[in-house]
Write a protein that binds this ligand. Sequence first.
Ligand code: GLA
Length: 358
Amino acid sequence: MTARWAAPGRVNLIGEHVDYQDGLVLPFALPQHTTATVERQSGDQVRVRSRGEQEEFQVASTPGQVQGWAAYVAGVVWSLREEGADVPGLSIDVDSDVPVGAGLSSSAAIECAVAAAIGDELALQLSAASLATIARRAENSYVGVPTGSMDQMASMLCERGHALLLDCRDLSTRQVPFDLDAASLTLLVINTRAEHSLVGSEYADRRHDCEAAADELGLSSLRDAEQADLPRISDPVHRRRAQHVVSEIARVREVASILDAGRPADIGAQLSASHQSLRDDFEVSCDELDEAVDAALVAGALGARMTGGGFGGCAIALARDDEATDVRRRVDAAFDRRGWQPADIFEVSPNRGAHRLD
Ligand code: GLA
């Protein structure tokens, strides 16, 4: 028997850098996805193939033993075993069209596709949320990136035509309607293709800043902080980080309620405010992202913001259908003026999360 699954990358509509502070996030699934085909094989080795490359490792590998792209697969096998699963030798084929290193969760897509396909092949009866937790543990403890819970939950649980309102404190979810077509709206992903070094350490630094701010307030996370608490944070940098988290969680609530009311064209101001907060208070933007956002807004976009971890990667812009071409043109012209390589700009709409392929 073989099991074949697809799991998508994601775009975060709003709720940035709040998942690791027990916050609320609102991602949706991309059409771009990873597929994983899994088959048992004899022995105690896992053989992984992807686009002509092949790697092999022990079923019982432990963190640190497998590096590079195969670490995402080895991490999932390790994480399933941590969960108590008895994993035999496996042959795994993966393929993906999710842009890598662009902040669109290509790593969550591979982890989730592999976790779901192995779970299916071995009839482990794991829920989508458990698979997401297993995939996230692979990322955090095997690959070694201290991310929050958003990406894997989005890849597993998103539904077509909806954004996923995820409460990162208890992992409860609600599907929020986000039908762009019906509202004659276009959502553009602007991949700046900018990659900055130090991304990993900057991410960890932001987490520490937030933890220090929460500690000073006597809270387990900034989820419970309120605007009125912020002046009590003595370090001005920590205070600004907390200001972002508190205001961003409020913006997620606001966007979810506007979408619930069926008014997607009205979320633009919140998207743009999120960008300003990430740029000024959280300091995770960069010139390319700021330029993409500014150019989109000048061209008449309803709202625009960086998405994902920041320091490069992608921005999103929400525009009326008849203004989307102008947005593209303005961004292209701005990048050209700066002498940067052209951004890769594409239209997306909320797609389905992980699913079995027959
Ligand atoms: C990365 C992480 C997520 C989240 C975002 C920022 O994508 O993987 O867990 O923290 O950054 O919102």
